[in-house]
Every structure is written in C-alpha cells, then in structure tokens.
Design a protein. Structure first.
Length: 191
C-alpha cells in the first residue's frame, strides 16, 4: 500500500494528522489541476489556483460526509469534481449578485444590454447534469478535461477506461454540449 493510499484511508477514518500529511503528497498534482482550470477563467477572478486547491481539499477531507477512495486516481478525480463544483457555485453566486441578489427586478426599457459572460458556468453545469443522465462516461470525461484540466489521455487513466473510449466520449460530449448550450462555435480541444 502506497503512502498516499495509506493516508487516504486514515484521513477517511477522521485522522486529522493523516489529512495534514496527505496534502504535501498530492498538493503539486492538485495545484496543476487548479492552475489549468483557472487559466481558462476570466482575468480578475476572485479565486486563484491556491484558494481553489485549498477549498477543494477541505471539501474532500474536512467534512463530516467524507467520500471513500481506494487509490490516488479516485482522489484526484474527486478533487477535479470538487474544483468544478466550487467554480460553478462561485459562478452562481456571482450571477445572483450581478442580477441584484434578493432585490426585486425593475424593468428599464431602452437601455443597451450589458455584455454577458461568454462562459456561464452555471449554464454549463446544468447542461453537464443533463449529459450525465444521458451518458455518465462522457460527462465524467468533460468534468476531468474542462474542469480538472486533464488531457483526454489523463482522463482515460483516471476513469480506468481505454483511451479510445475517452476520445469517443469527449467527441460525443463536445457535440452534445455545443447543441445543448445553443452555441454555433465548436467547444475547443483546449477547453
């Protein structure tokens, strides 16, 4: 059993010391995922890669309902998912504040429409939920690639599927999401 696996098991059991020892062993990998994700965000984002790593790590090992992992790959996949959820929650809060939060709407006619964020992560998350109901494997590849910064090959390894399957899932998901989001442009390979 590797050190990471041993510490994962102990951290899942609530051992705070194991959780503290685990972070340095996985931090570089989590930081790489977060940096790749944050590189795709708009400039001036209130989160940075370090904050994203720390928030994701706390969600994974600090809560009452800690998930279980059998190995490092599952932990990294869970971290990518936690980062996705953090960014989606952040986008939803920002959208709510941008729209006035809990204040009532007042229609104003004749004013030009404000420019909208080209990537509405809440909208993407909703579409991703619909894709997961249709094809869970394709949705998993999207989560790891788009939100976790993994390549298709890395996603295949993390999910334990062949590279051919991961590429097929990625191609299907890109086309499906383009249609679901009503976008005429292609969802890029870099996404």
């Amino acid at each position: 059993m590797s050190d990471v696996t041993r510490l994962l098991v102990a951290a899942q059991a609530g051992d705070r010391q194991a959780a503290a020892e685990l972070l340095p062993l996985v931090y570089d990998e989590l930081r790489r995922l977060a940096a790749a994700r944050m590189a795709a965000e708009a400039p001036g984002h209130t989160l940075d890669a370090t904050a994203l790593v720390h928030e994701a790590y706390l969600r994974l090992v600090g809560g009452e309902n800690r998930p279980t992992w059998e190995h490092r790959r599952q932990f990294v996949a869970a971290a990518a998912e936690a980062m996705r959820r953090i960014l989606v929650d952040h986008a939803r809060r920002a959208r709510a504040e941008k729209r006035g939060g809990d204040r009532g709407r007042v229609p104003i006619d004749g004013l030009p429409a404000a420019a909208t964020d080209p990537t509405d992560w809440a909208e993407v998350d909703d579409a991703l939920g619909r894709l997961a109901a249709l094809d869970a494997g394709a949705a998993a590849v999207v989560r790891l690639k788009v939100f976790g910064g993994a390549s298709v090959e890395e996603a295949a390894d993390l999910l334990g599927v062949s590279r051919a399957t991961a590429y097929r899932d990625w191609a299907f998901a890109r086309a499906w999401l383009r249609d679901a989001l009503g976008r005429s442009e292609q969802i890029s390979e870099k996404s």
